[in-house]
Design a protein around this ligand. Structure first.
Ligand code: PGU
Length: 456
């Protein structure tokens, strides 16, 4: 066997040398020629292979993303009055992106620290960041953390955390079906499907009341198979802005635990809904407090304004510390071939802020100011529509929670508003309240009024 291997090795080495020699002689003969490629046999991938179609010519043009594509359309519009209410990204009263003061401070500290290096992080990310992130979502006094039952890995923002969590489940969990709310963030079904899970929907929103379809939700989760995964928006449900009350969360918890359904929380807006980090984590903490297991994907895109830094965390709460150790080992197997290990800068900013009580306090104040500005935009838009006598009940604008208002405008009205008023939103009629300002609200109210009265 040994000998056979050796012979095979020498033969293939010999073949490689002969191939190399023939390439070299080809190359030297073409050096002198006018057309350097004339002696090469035509290859469909060569640029000079004139007249041939691209090897990619059969590829179809993909549609733009339903959310990020709104920004693409917005950028193409030359109008000076255009407003982008598509993407959920915070803007100031002046319509400018905001870098939090406390983030600038943390970055200064990092830049001025000569001991900082740019080495690879471990596969699981920055340890401090992971510990502090788990405390942020589960609470400083969480029993699960004290008992070392939580496996946390740093991931690429909320999306990456969902992606890693769902691939972990597809590989290691017996039930592949995940129930997601109808409607939900447009990327959810794509992330879960590509990870190998099977997506099903549970009723969530009632267009009639513009509120929660609690009955439908309970019914659908009751008929889900034992052990199915259930995606829950921790707070500020996207796109509807409709959250269960705490009493309803408790009922959902009881039902899910009684059926062994596995909760997977998506927490992209902690602190952004109410302005309080603790209040916005109550749903998650309710489930962790019963000692049961769950997953939680955290994003720092919105609450720390770190959108492009791509910083987030996935935590898996387990029943015991030895399970958590094994779960973490499997998470590493998911991450390593995906992106090897996460980036260092964003996680260092977050860790710097979370571990310094003064900076943490400063963050909560800036966060509350963002949440408050959004709430004030709700009130102003509601008043503006009332003032115009726009037909319909618009009270959902002030009742809904978080970054978005699910206006109830239909896709024709959305198209009309982009064409006639240069106001851009997703086709489902969702508007990002964070993209509004006192200056743009009258323009939006005029547009809604015209759409509602003119287009059915
Ligand atoms: N989960 C939910 C519910 C979200 O709304 C978002 C972002 C994410 C996860 C992912 O955010 P990360 O940036 O990966 O942390 N939704 C926004 C931002 C644009 C987008 O679609 O990615 C939105 O406008 O819906």
């Amino acid at each position: 066997m040994e000998n056979a291997n050796m012979i095979h090795h020498f033969l293939s080495a010999d073949r490689r040398i002969r191939t190399l020699a023939s390439h070299l002689s080809d190359h030297s003969s073409t050096m002198a020629s006018d057309n350097p490629t004339s002696t090469l046999s035509p290859s469909p991938t060569a640029g000079s292979y004139v007249g041939s179609a691209s090897v990619f010519s059969a590829i179809a043009q993909a549609p733009e993303d339903s959310i990020l594509g709104v920004t693409v359309a917005f950028n193409k519009d030359p109008s000076p009055v255009k407003v982008n209410l598509g993407v959920g990204a915070y803007r100031t009263e002046e319509g400018k992106p905001l870098v939090l003061n406390v983030v600038r401070k943390a970055e200064q500290l990092l830049v001025n620290d000569p001991s900082r290096v740019k080495e690879y992080l471990p596969i699981t990310g920055l340890a401090d960041f992971n510990n502090l992130s788990a405390r942020l979502i589960f609470g400083a006094g969480s029993l699960a953390i004290q008992e070392n039952r939580v496996a946390t890995v740093q991931c690429l923002s909320g999306t990456g955390s969902l992606r890693v969590g769902s691939e972990f489940l597809a590989r290691n969990y017996h039930e592949k079906v995940i129930y997601i709310p109808q409607p939900t963030w447009g990327n959810h079904p794509k992330v879960f499907t590509i990870s190998g899970l099977v997506v099903k929907y549970y009723r969530y929103y009632d267009p009639g009341t513009r509120g929660l379809n609690f009955h439908g939700l309970l019914e659908d989760l009751s008929s889900a198979p034992q052990g199915a995964i259930v995606l829950l928006h921790a707070c500020a449900h996207n796109p509807t802005g409709v959250d269960p009350t705490l009493e309803q969360w408790e009922q959902i918890r009881q039902l899910m635990r009684s059926k062994g359904l596995l909760p997977f929380f998506d927490s992209a807006y902690q602190g952004f809904a109410s302005g309080s980090l603790d209040a916005d984590a109550q749903s998650v903490r309710l489930f962790v407090a019963d000692g049961g297991e769950c997953l939680a994907a955290q994003s720092y895109a919105k609450n720390m304004g770190l959108y492009g830094e791509r910083v987030g965390a996935l935590s898996i709460v387990c029943k015991s510390s030895d399970v958590a150790v094994r779960v973490e080992s499997q998470l590493k197997l998911v991450i390593r071939p995906m992106y090897s290990n996460p980036p260092i800068h964003g996680a260092s900013i977050v860790a710097t802020i979370l571990k310094n009580s003064e900076m943490y306090h400063e963050w909560t104040i800036e966060l509350k100011a963002m949440a408050d500005r959004i709430i004030s935009m709700r009130k102003q838009l509601f008043d503006a529509l009332l003032q115009r006598g726009t037909p319909g009940d618009w009270s959902h604008i002030i009742k809904q929670i978080g970054m978005f208002t699910f206006t109830g405008l239909n896709s024709d009205q959305v198209t009309f508003m982009a064409k006639e008023f240069h106001i851009y939103m997703t086709a489902d009629g969702r508007i990002s309240m964070a993209g509004l300002s006192s200056r743009t609200i009258p323009h939006l109210a005029d547009a809604i009024h015209a759409a509602v009265t003119g287009i059915n």
